[in-house]
Write a protein that binds this ligand. Sequence first.
Ligand code: AMP
Length: 541
Amino acid sequence: MNGLMMDVPATITSLMQFAENVHPNTEIVSVTADNPRHRYTFADAFRRTRKLANALQALGVARGERVGTLAWNDYRHFELYYAVSCAGMVCHTINPRLFAEQIEYIVNHAEDRVLFLDPMFIPLLEPLQSKLPGVKHYVVLTDEQHMPATELPGAISYEALIEPHSDSYDWPALEETAACALCYTSGTTGHPKGVLYNHRSTVLHTYASCLPDALGISRSDVILPIVPMFHVNAWGVPYGAVMAGAKLVFPGPKMGDGETLAALINEERVNLSAGVPTVWLALLNYLVESGKRVDSLKRIVVGGAACPLSIMEDFEEKFGVYTHAAWGMTEMSPVGTFNSRLDRQALGEAEYAKLRVKAGRPIYGVEIKIVDDDNRPLPWDGVAFGALKVRGPWICSEYFKLESSAAHDQDGWFDTGDVATIDADGNMQITDRSKDVIKSGGEWISSIDLENTAVAHPAVAEAAVIGVYHPKWTERPLLLVVKKADAEVSREELLAWFDGKVASWWVPNDVVFVDSLPHTATGKLSKKDIRQQMADYRFAE
Ligand code: AMP
């Protein structure tokens, strides 16, 4: 027997219309290339969203077609999120830090019809445009006054594009399963793969990620999403803030700049922010060096990579900011687990430090399990390591235009490519990417644990650990270290630092000091490049 409740689809349109009615006066503040502080309200944003939807229709973009963006976090990108998805098209956010060949592949594979780009990406696109035959229109995210000269065919400024259009628009009634957004994720092999979100998955993910033990977004929050809007929809913050009615502060191109971030936090009274560890390190260094404070900031969410304990401790002890670790993937919309606030006093210092660096507990809607090489479930004892698999309504079932190869196994579980432990309370800890795990004498060593231990040394700015061939053990860990400016530490001192902190057979065999480490387009350590750089390295006999 069916229940007798209304059949109202869960769409991003309903989220937008709800916010327009219920939170019209909530503010959005942005830094853009043409304005250091743009300020308006949800009501203004959604009025312009309707003008943009009319403009897209006038450009001839049909339902289901892809509209690409190469843009930082700001109000125009926010308008694109809503106009494109709610008009029934697909908002394809592209990471501008990718190599030109990858961008070319992605735009062509996605069959983007229109590209919206920030002015600073014009030099990136001009040499590519002849290889992008499907792109019919280029729109530069600025106004007429700041519109640069460009060879991009028919390029028009965003403001000139939307200005002539009406601010009334009848949003189409969409199926909740309709595609709304597309984000490509780069694997280690082959081309980047497209993850195609739908309205339902986005709305469900938004509900779950706003829960108190997840991002816990409420109307009283002022949120600064530093995580880019091209990196898994800024982890869903542009949707969560709209659902909850929280003020949004967008840093535009200044997301890596500690000084601008500190100024934005202080001026706008930001209390919650989200980003990858490198961003927090930049802000922390700026605060320590400048003597500035960020007193309104209460919580930061760190994801995309494991957060070293030292960053968490410095933020808490020096600045009173609580750090939440979270884990997810592009394929997961992205939030899978979240480390909610822990009771330091009740846990005691050692347990507190141990628990807080973990990736947290699953949020409702995400099932997780760890399995051995034969796909047999491993115990949740905090010790057993295994391949981490996930299942749920906001997890990718197939990659875009690769429909023949299901992204999940026959029981519907998606293999994340991560290796993890899970404890009896459901606290999950990523110990490695499966391809990065170090196998020494048949036993696994966690490179992430070793990196976190190294970074806790006062002279270490950044560290990476890779497995290197060893004649007796097959593989042994090699530590690469970038020293802090003016700091000194020897190989022997660093190796001694691991004593008592990790199992003795985990201690790296050697240390190589480097000036810098390579990062991926999303700001993570690029183990692939590090392995390549160290391809000729051999341990001394
Ligand atoms: P992406 O799809 O670019 O967001 O990358 C997802 C991958 O980032 C995951 O599969 C993990 O390998 C890594 N990752 C994300 N969050 C964490 C975390 N809290 N700890 C360790 N690795 C993480």
